[in-house]
Write a protein that binds this ligand. Structure first.
Ligand code: SF4
Length: 492
């Protein structure tokens, strides 16, 4: 039996961030979990399906359907979770906007896993901005213990507020491991019933829909205000440092660890403080104001976009002259990189650029130099298909045929292992690569351009999962509009 389902309250166990999230959901009494696979989120649904028989878990056909499946659980009184990586939230966004407005019943958590640095993605998209756009509360765990504890709390918070709560993780938290102290597994209602015959506007017994929009939107605003009030005293917002430091780092997520390590490396814990926001949206205004009043220098450290930076600065601007001497540093001032993952050295670099410190950070060139030295002894190895993967043969054939045809035919690529068709291992076969299903949508468009002189053969490739996820609508569109292209479904 997995430790993730055993009581053992108070015992400490080494677990992956994604396992800690699963444990947090189990402690909260989750019943329904649905998701669409994508690194770094995939282990969550995988783990649910392996360890527990009293949880319904599924790989859904896409992220929007996953959120709908999970929402049905919540509507029927069961705690539920929708799981996806960052581009998946774009797919689910339409339903999310309406779900945020309609409200939920039993606690419902949206777990979004971002991939700063695009280690296993073709973008560095940010899900945090959705919390503002969709007007939903957001939590960001900063370590493995918080991954469990915040997930558990997110269900309670969601239920208390009657709104879905976004828990945002990143690759280095989801895929790294750390010690987690287990908590109590709270028994929850496991009987599903969808009550709908109460007063129409009764959130627990009436209809669950967005109209009347003005009424529901007002209620949503009240939920956010209540969330902000609850966040003021949340133990997940922490400050470490002197009472009146020379500078405070405001950070969130795994960057909390980078920031604390950076301050430790400089040996100046008596001069710098670190304020970690765990409840990133809505901002706990009074708490943030207290932090801002402690110092005249603020450095924002976060991945990837300046989300906290922009929100705190906008809030500070609203405070008027009381903070007129405060200086803000971060991505907008080029002290912290605007792209990619951060690390403690980058934070030390930022501190060195602001203060005259006796510390030599490891320069960025060190990594390049190390790679160059190591590279001499180790032959470079391109990311490629597994031995025996059928995609390699498919691309070899497509490539050969297009060359023999000799009309500069091209292939619109799609998302999955077969995206590696753009690399040497895939014979550089792909000429476009965007989002799930977009290869066939683009091909559908290219296939209509013969009247403008386009005579090149047009192909698209689409994996079997991508086909069901979002590859079917472009195919239907192409057939309906008589678009001339060849769609190759790579069924591995
Ligand atoms: S599709 Fe190919 S490359 Fe991807 S996991 Fe399967 S065998 Fe490996």
């Amino acid at each position: 039996m997995s430790i993730l389902t055993q009581s053992q309250e108070g015992s400490s166990h080494l677990m992956m961030g994604n396992e800690a999230i699963v444990r947090g959901a189990i402690e909260a009494g989750i019943s329904v979990a649905a998701g669409y696979p994508g690194t770094p989120s995939s282990e969550i649904i995988d783990t649910f399906s392996k360890i527990s028989t009293d949880i319904y878990s599924e790989w859904s056909v896409n992220e929007k359907v996953a959120m709908e499946v999970a929402a049905a659980g919540s509507f029927a009184g069961l705690r539920s979770m929708a799981v996806m990586k960052q581009p998946g939230l774009n797919v689910a966004a339409d339903f999310l906007m309406h779900l945020a407005l309609s409200g939920i019943r039993a606690g419902m958590v949206l777990l979004a896993a971002d991939d700063p640095g695009a280690l296993s993605s073709i973008n560095e998209g940010e899900t945090r901005l959705y919390s503002r756009l969709m007007e939903i509360p957001m939590l960001e765990p900063g370590n493995f213990q918080e991954a469990k504890d915040m997930t558990k709390w997110a269900f309670e918070l969601s239920e208390e507020l009657g709104i879905i709560v976004l828990v945002r993780t990143v690759t280095r938290l989801s895929h790294a491991s750390g010690n987690v102290i287990l908590g109590e597994i709270i028994p929850q209602n496991k009987t599903a019933f969808f009550k709908h015959d109460g007063d129409m506007l009764d959130p627990m017994e009436g209809l669950i829909m967005t109209p009347p929009v003005s009424v529901k939107h007002s209620a949503q605003q009240e939920k956010l205000k209540k969330a902000a009030t609850l966040f003021e005293t949340s133990p997940f917002n922490t400050y470490e440092g002197p009472d009146n430091p020379e500078l405070i780092i405001i950070t969130s997520s795994i960057c909390d660890l980078y920031s604390k390590e950076a301050v430790d490396l400089t040996g100046l814990t008596d001069r710098f403080g670190v304020f970690k926001l765990g409840t990133t949206w809505p901002l706990p205004a009074a708490l943030v104001e207290t932090i801002l009043n402690k110092t005249e220098k603020i450095l924002f450290v976060e991945e990837v976009q300046p989300f906290v930076e922009d929100n705190v600065k906008a809030f500070a601007a609203g405070l008027g002259n009381s903070l007129s001497r405060t200086q803000f540093f971060g991505k907008q001032t080029n002290h912290i990189p605007m792209i990619g993952e951060l690390n403690p050295d980058l934070v030390v670099d930022a501190l060195l650029s602001l203060f005259d410190l006796e510390y030599e950070a490891v320069p960025a060139s060190y990594t390049q130099k190390t790679r160059a030295i190591v590279g001499k002894g180790v032959p470079p190895r391109e990311i490629s298909f597994c031995p025996g993967c059928p995609h390699r043969a498919s691309y070899f054939s497509i490539n050969k045929v297009l060359k023999l045809d000799n009309r500069q035919g091209f292939v619109c690529g799609d998302i999955g292992c077969y995206s590696m068709g753009m690399l040497p291992g895939g014979f550089f076969t792909l000429q476009t690569l965007h989002s799930m299903g977009s290869g066939s949508g683009l091909a559908s468009g290219f296939g209509e351009l013969s009247k403008f002189g386009l005579k090149q053969p047009v192909l698209s490739v689409c994996g079997d999962s991508t086909f069901f996820h979002s590859g079917m609508p472009p195919l239907i569109n192409a057939i309906h509009n008589s678009s001339a292209f060849t769609m190759v479904i790579l069924d591995n």
